[in-house]
Design a protein around this ligand. Structure first.
Ligand SMILES: Cc1cc2nc3c(=O)[nH]c(=O)nc-3n(C[C@H](O)[C@H](O)[C@H](O)COP(=O)(O)OP(=O)(O)OC[C@H]3O[C@@H](n4cnc5c(N)ncnc54)[C@H](O)[C@@H]3O)c2cc1C
Length: 519
């Protein structure tokens, strides 16, 4: 992935139309780009910031059917997602894993309810089940979760779901798209849609936010995969279109593993506000969340409200013998999910089913909204199939069901470098050749200088934030430590990417301002 070379593909053939232009480089857009390139369409994806800067790096990091959606009776959605869970775990083994969960139960009715419910979840997963669910008594529950409060505890229900690294999965999708002949560009914002005299969309006008250059790019099909920003693109299509989305914020906090001391995750099916709360081990820390707070503004950098953080701390404290306090929080991150707004009454909202929605406007804008990270592959398949059905692009079969992000040419490493899949050995090689690059970027963070160097050469990071938030997960694991690592990372990046001292200073100061949102 080399940004300058990829931009060249816009300049090389300005006359030649793309088959598909995707707006938005989150899970949805990147999934569509990979589906399209692997079917052989000439595909371009434009992302206004970095890949997965939006909701796609701020999820609970679960590859799941959704126990909650089953309780809500959305069985079809759960079956579909469980199937996709199986495919994602098979196709990206280096970025996913099998996570054991325990639901602590405090009444005999709950023992019955959740045992039966999770048996049904197992059944729906069929042969893609990740392990059987079963009841364990109180002492075994405490054996698994030593820091769980034991008062009134009747036992626990054990079940399994998938876990993953969301932003690294996004980069894997971007990279696979490029390797298969596609062009994906970060820091490229679509500002308007191009139309012909009949009012049909013929392409996009986009700006390279690094150089400031504008491009008129033509294509047979433009896809709006911008998540909570979808209405902005709808207004480019029809300035009078009414708002369809109201965002709802979901917040997570990250704690030291000393608050859980377990490889098992806790799932609380019903908190005070009726939501599910998870406490999940992740890269040696614990991710706890989430909330559901309707907001009025849509931004790329949502910020947790004080009451959301307090709610998570308070609820976690009710279940843990060592209640976490504000000062224990290593990182707070917020993500936006789209709620369907009522165009005639913007105050009234209802939760969109987690099922995605695909729509085609009169002018030919294909929009996809909602869904889950887990279902990105199926969403992409359906989106491209819809365009084929509408006669916009020629019929070609989807091939992503068995698309492996890992070639199996080398055995998967068992250590932390496993997340780099086939390329892990390249990082080891850098360390062998230059042992000083084997040093950590910060004593509290698990990343080596060699990883920073390798990422610069292969994964198109443009800023210190790209590196610390999404290529590595330093920001999410420990925001303050990541800021302390900022100068080291800026220096390594500047050397690799050919930037000067001024760039480093600017990036360090920008990053220090950013982490206020996460601390
Ligand atoms: C709190 C929370 C927890 C979640 N947890 C899970 C989970 O554990 N498992 C799961 O399966 N799902 C989960 N989800 C759902 C999942 O994260 C989302 O469905 C998914 O990330 C949405 O991806 P997206 O690509 O549609 O949107 P986004 O990731 O927001 O991507 C849209 C992109 O479009 C870009 N864009 C916007 N306008 C323009 C423009 N004009 N030009 C170019 N680019 C533009 C934005 O910059 C953005 O990067 C969770 C969601 C939330 C909110």
């Amino acid at each position: 992935m080399n940004r300058n070379k990829l931009i060249q593909t816009l300049l090389d053939e300005p006359q030649k139309r793309w088959d598909i232009i995707v707006i938005g480089g989150g899970a949805t857009g990147l999934g569509i780009a990979l589906d399209a390139v692997t079917r052989g369409y000439k595909t371009l994806l434009l992302e206004q910031s970095d890949f997965a800067k939006g909701t796609s790096s701020r999820s609970t990091k679960l590859v799941h059917g959704g126990v909650r959606y089953m309780a809500q009776g959305d069985i079809l959605l759960v079956i579909e997602a469980l199937h996709e869970r199986g495919l994602m775990l098979k196709n990206a083994p280096h970025l996913t894993g099998n996570q054991e969960f325990v639901i602590p139960v405090y009444t005999f009715w709950d023992v019955f309810l959740y045992t039966v419910g999770l048996k049904f979840y197992d059944l729906l997963a069929g042969r893609l089940s990740m392990g059987k669910s079963y009841f364990i008594n109180k002492s075994k529950t405490i054996g698994r979760l030593p820091l769980l409060k034991s008062e009134g505890l009747k036992g626990g229900i054990v079940y399994h779901d998938g876990q993953f690294d969301d932003s690294r999965m996004a980069v894997a999708l971007a990279r696979a798209s490029v390797e298969n002949g596609g062009t994906v560009l970060n820091y490229f914002k679509v500002n308007s849609l191009l139309k012909n005299e009949k009012g049909k969309i013929t392409g996009v006008k986009a700006k390279d936010l690094e150089s400031g250059a504008d491009y008129n790019i033509t294509g047979k099909l433009v896809i709006n995969a911008t998540g909570v920003f979808a209405d902005e693109i709808h207004r480019m299509d029809d300035p009078l279109s009414k708002p369809t989305i109201r965002p709802s914020q979901g917040v997570h906090i990250v704690l030291d593993n000393s608050f859980l001391l377990s490889n098992s995750a806790i799932m609380i099916p019903k908190t005070d506000d009726g939501r599910v709360l998870f406490a999940i081990p992740w890269y040696g820390k614990v991710v706890v969340g989430t909330t559901d707070t309707p907001l009025d503004t849509i931004t790329l950098e949502p910020r947790a409200l004080e009451e959301e953080t307090d709610f998570i701390l308070r609820t976690a404290g009710r279940y843990l013998t060592k209640p976490p306090k504000r000062g224990d929080v290593k990182c707070i991150f917020a993500g936006l999910r789209p709620l369907a707004a009522n165009p005639d009454n913007p105050e009234a909202t209802r939760e969109v089913s987690r099922r995605h929605k695909i729509s085609l406007s009169r002018s030919g804008l294909l929009s996809i909204l909602g869904g889950k990270w887990t279902s990105y592959r199926r969403m992409a398949e359906e989106t491209i199939n819809k365009a084929i059905k509408a006669g916009i692009i020629e019929d070609r079969k989807c091939t992503t069901r068995n698309f492996s992000f890992y070639s199996n040419s080398k055995p998967l490493l068992s250590d932390r470098l496993r997340i780099y899949g086939d390329q892990a050995f390249e990082i080891e090689k850098i360390i062998t050749e230059q042992p000083d690059l084997g040093e950590l970027i910060h004593k509290e963070l698990p990343y080596t200088k060699a990883e920073i160097v390798w990422i610069c050469r292969n994964e198109m990071p443009r800023t210190v934030e790209d590196m610390l938030a999404r290529r590595t997960r330093a920001l999410f694991l420990d925001a303050r430590a990541s800021a302390e690592a900022g100068p080291t990372v800026a220096e390594l990046m500047a050397k690799e990417l050919g930037f000067g001292k001024q760039w480093q200073e600017c990036e360090i100061s920008r990053y220090n301002n950013l982490i206020i949102n996460y601390t």
